[in-house]
Design a protein around this ligand. Structure first.
Ligand code: NAP
Length: 344
């Protein structure tokens, strides 16, 4: 893709939108990852992508489990769009790389630093020379390529205190525990749907630490065991998160009819909206961290069942979210062991 002169450089990256021109990066069908850098931008040599779980599952399902096919599809998307923006799930992930050149002010970025981008791949100009390996367990993809961070793009500098693949996995979902810290109160009932996945474990951990009773909805007994090994007293409930009536009855039974004060949707599959809504009490709150969530299904579904609940979209960003999540995993051996067990 050739570089071009941008109409007006801005800290949000709209100058890199090729189609439609001048839109913000998420809305753009295509971004221009070409050089030279514009004022405020930073160039990264990219080594790996961490594809978000909903996107990776969709790509793997579409490919019938063939990782070579997934690699070709990722290459095709990035070639066409100048970013890793899954057209089906609308989601991305993050990447790890080394700073090659920077025009960013503020002195917080230096050439040679190893960084993980915390702005979604759906908004990050990216060009890939090749894909070396797709890991279906970690959802990480080893690549050679280059990416551009904008002046306002959040990022984390890696300090070597965790192995990099582990740090990437934690950072991918670091918005979830930050929100759990804000939303979960002592003495409340917190229901975590997908509690044995990466974001689910972090949310469950924080909710328990906040003094909540944690109900962990998991797919099977293997996941229930993983959740149990965290040692936080979370009560596992084995269920299918896409079966709203099944979930409703199980949560009603587990809470003695009270239902949950707060529900976190941390699964990587669609059609879990109504399970989360039916798990909550009237005036409860549901936090849709999952990128497989349908806004229409949640809003209209809640209305249809007379659920007077607050529905929150899962913002992946919160101040201090990266450092907090990394510290949780670094400082708690049980949590770290669970992540390492999952990632292999
Ligand atoms: P993950 O580690 O793959 O965890 C998802 C969990 O959900 C897994 O334990 C999975 O079990 C379970 N699950 C899937 N289908 C289920 C079902 N029908 N019933 C019960 N459990 C089920 O995913 P993650 O990395 O934590 O990500 C969770 C979600 O957050 C994804 O949708 C991801 O795209 C999204 N996300 C959002 C943001 C944001 O900024 N809001 C950022 C990153 C990721 P199995 O492994 O057995 O399938």
């Amino acid at each position: 893709m050739s570089s071009r002169l941008a109409p007006a450089v801005n800290p949000f990256g709209a100058h890199r939108a090729v189609e439609p021109e001048g839109t913000l990066p998420y809305a753009a069908q295509q971004l221009d990852p070409g050089l030279p850098l514009h004022p405020g931008e930073t160039l990264l040599d990219v080594e790996a992508l961490n594809i978000d779980s909903a996107s990776f599952k969709q790509l793997l399902d579409e490919a019938g489990g063939d990782t070579e096919h997934v690699a070709r599809r990722i290459m095709q998307i990035v070639d066409e769009r100048g970013k890793m923006h899954n057209p089906v799930t609308g989601s991305g992930g993050l990447l790890i790389g080394t700073v090659k050149e920077t025009l960013r002010g503020g002195g917080d970025v230096a050439v040679g630093q190893r960084v993980v981008t915390l702005a979604s791949l759906t908004t990050t100009p990216l060009e890939l020379a090749r894909i070396e390996e797709v890991n279906p367990r970690t959802h990480q993809v080893r690549v050679a390529g280059r990416a551009i961070m904008f002046e306002r793009s959040p990022f984390a500098v890696l300090d070597g205190s965790l192995p990099e693949p582990l740090a990437m996995s934690v950072l991918d979902v670091c918005g979830a525990p930050a929100q759990a810290r804000r939303l979960v109160r002592a003495g409340s009932i917190c229901c975590v749907v997908g509690a044995a996945g990466k974001s689910g474990m972090l949310v469950s951990w924080v909710a328990a630490a906040q003094g909540a009773t944690v109900l962990g909805l998991v797919r099977d007994h293997v996941e229930a065991e993983r959740l149990g090994k965290l040692g936080i007293g979370a009560k596992p409930v084995v269920c299918d998160a896409t079966d709203p009536l099944g979930v409703y009855h199980l949560v009603r039974e587990a809470t003695g009819g009270a239902m949950a004060d707060v529900v976190f949707n941390c699964v990587n599959v669609p059609k879990a909206e109504m399970s989360c809504i039916l798990a909550a009490r009237q005036r409860g709150l549901i936090y849709f961290f999952s990128m497989a969530t349908s806004f229409q299904a949640a809003a209209l579904g809640a209305e249809a069942v007379g659920a007077d609940v607050d529905l929150m979209i899962g913002n992946g960003y919160a101040e201090g979210h990266a450092a907090t999540a990394l510290a949780l995993v670094r400082d708690n051996p049980a949590l770290r062991a669970a992540f390492e067990g999952m990632l292999g």
